[in-house]
Design a protein around this ligand. Sequence first.
Ligand code: ZN
Length: 226
Amino acid sequence: MEQSELSAQCTGQSMSHLQEVFPGHFLHRDVVDAYLPLVEQAAKEGIALRLASGFRSFERQLSIWNAKARGERPVVDSEGKPVAMAALSERDQVLAILRWSALPGASRHHWGSDMDVWDSAAVSDDYQLQLTPDEYAPGGPFYRCSLWLDGVIHRGETDFFRPYNGAKAGGVAAEPWHLSYRPLAAVCEKALTLEVLRKLIENTDICLQGAILDDLDEIYSRFITL
Ligand SMILES: [Zn+2]
């Protein structure tokens, strides 16, 4: 693959590698072949594994980022409590957004290798999915699904893994719903260099651009590399 196409794919600016797996939900075509058997395996345990979110474009991530920076979307801390953004320095605003939202260009959801999953068999049809830690913790509706995923991953029965397991202090909060297809993600991780990202942010109309660029080295090592 050409370097420029790989850079475009790993920053969410190309859809040429994707396949629509369900209406409106896209994954890399190699990942579809690995995901569907996992869904079948889950079904045998009474778990209806569903995709909340697969591929997300750069433009979409940029609109989420800018809405949070402008106060049009809430920013919450790692416990889910609202953050008073106006009281923070620009640097701290950037860090607060990064707790739950990736920097545009640096979301693993750009790759088509990563997805958020839930269990539709564990809740009623009108359930409003939140994707919060409580839902996947003991007592939560998706705890059983989460334990099942733990087992499948631990036993090496799948090439999916959880990149955000909360093990990295000071980085992205734990996301038990987030799965990543390792063979493809490994390629994207390598392609998404600090320089690729810097060039992209420099050429993007993004809120808090100066603060992002000032701290990009730290952001990259804290929030982007695992
Ligand atoms: Zn995710």
